[in-house]
Design a protein around this ligand. Structure first.
Ligand SMILES: [Zn+2]
Length: 434
């Protein structure tokens, strides 16, 4: 399994967001297909919407064909990395000091490697899981899935025939907390919800002219004002069920006062460590200005000015969010959605959730699973359009000092070998009882 994760990292599958410069997905998908085929699988290779956008599917029949199939998905692409910033080459897959290093180590070639190892073992041993397992290794997650999950759902729904539930990123990782008795405990965060994701392009139009004139109707000034208002704005606190359940579970376990209506929620959240960055972002909508573009010469007032906002909207908040945003932008600012993906939310109950709990408890008797909402987005957004119930459960038992959240898209991304071994045992227990 460790070898598989390391080899996967060695494929540079950098997704730049531009089809012309995105690479490596076909090579990685073909290699994954070959690993499945040498274990005895028939695989389906599909390119999703463009040349080289490789995806691989394989199915392992289960004991009870009347039950819906379980989709196990991982994306093969990664965000780019600058080698000069790293301690090891980001595409080395080096196994050093008890870690597998490289771009994708936690997002998400770790899960791909764990699933691949288990899929191969099951086929070779003739293991029959309780229900059909559908393994899917897909392209383009890091740019929203237009050339991956979104395309597959739209054009090849047959590949998901009979699938009722799905497990992928981002969840299953441990968060170490100190309980009321002063003992260290691990909470395992299972993703049951995701904020919506929308990128908005703003345009201001004004009067072009000589840079020496008296300022009037300047597009740059108007746009800059709007962007500054949005950037400085705090959207209202809105508690979704997943967030409420997470805060309640952590309060019960730790005694920390995480009362959502309390005076210093973010102060108390900070005591959970870096995960508070994600949790804090699930309490309200956010709109971060991320790009600015205007002008071409110092002494020319340009006619137009542009900006891009990265907006993350809570379930049920879309209309209210847009009203609030328009008020902030003010008159004379046009806005256009470049990308708009719906939020997702399910409940933390049922057989599959019980199987996750049991699998964690079998390998960490002091552990506890809790639901949480991801502030970002995953392929679950696409798969849920087919009526599939999606969870983030890629189990890893992490050392308490590791800043896990910072490793996503971060420099020196790496995963502890022990965390992978734990995760593989948990997934094995889970899949045999799913
Ligand atoms: Zn990912």
């Amino acid at each position: 399994m460790v070898d598989l994760v390391s080899k996967l990292i060695q494929f540079d599958t950098s997704n730049t967001g531009e089809p012309a410069t995105t690479k490596g997905e076909r090579e990685a998908a073909e290699w994954v297909a070959a690993r499945l085929e040498e274990a005895g699988y028939d695989t389906t290779y599909v390119e999703s919407g463009g040349p080289g956008r490789g995806n691989v599917f394989a199915r392992l029949p289960g004991a009870d064909p009347s039950r819906g199939a379980l989709l196990l998905h991982g994306h093969l692409d990664v965000v780019p990395a600058e080698p000069e910033d790293w301690s090891v080459h980001p595409f080395s897959g080096a196994v050093v000091d008890g870690y597998v290093w490289g771009r994708g180590a936690i997002d998400m070639k770790d899960m791909v490697g764990m699933l691949l190892a288990l899929a191969r073992q099951y086929k070779r041993e003739g293991t029959v899981p309780p229900r059909d397992l559908v393994f899917a290794f897909v392209a383009d997650e890091e740019a929203g899935g237009k050339y991956g999950s979104q395309w597959l759902v739209e054009h090849r729904p047959d590949l998901f025939e009979g699938v009722t539930e799905a497990v992928g990123e981002v969840g299953g990782f441990s968060l170490s907390v100190t309980n009321k008795e002063g003992e260290e405990r691990r909470l395992y965060l299972v993703e049951t919800a995701e904020k919506g994701m929308g990128w908005i392009r703003l345009t201001a139009r004004g009067t072009a002219g000589h840079g020496s004139f008296l300022p009037e109707d300047n597009a740059v000034t108007r746009l800059a004002g709007a962007v500054a208002r949005v950037g400085a704005h705090t959207f209202p606190l809105v508690l979704t069920d997943a967030v409420r359940e997470f805060l309640g579970a952590v309060t019960d376990e730790t005694g920390l006062d995480l009362d959502p209506e309390g005076p210093d929620l973010s102060g108390h959240l900070a005591k959970l460590g870096t995960i508070s960055r994600i949790i804090g972002a699930t309490l309200r909508d956010t709109a971060n200005p991320t790009m600015l573009d205007a002008g071409y010469k110092a002494n020319v007032i340009p006619q137009t000015a542009h900006a891009v906002l990265d907006c993350r909207v809570l379930p049920g908040r879309q209309a209210a969010f847009e009203r609030e945003l328009d008020e902030l932008l003010g008159p004379g600012i046009e806005r256009e959605w470049i990308t708009k993906l719906e939020p997702y939310e399910t409940t933390f109950d049922g057989h599959l959730v019980d199987a996750m709990n049991a699998a964690i408890l079998a390998h960490d008797p002091q552990g506890k699973t809790v639901p949480y909402m991801l502030s970002g987005g995953t392929d679950a957004k696409a798969f849920s359009k087919l009526g599939i119930r999606c969870f983030g459960f890629a189990p890893l038992q992490l050392p308490p000092e590791l800043d896990f959240a910072a490793l996503f898209h971060g420099i020196d991304e790496r995963v502890p070998v022990d965390a992978l071994l734990f995760g593989t045992r948990v997934l094995d227990h889970f899949l045999r009882n799913s």
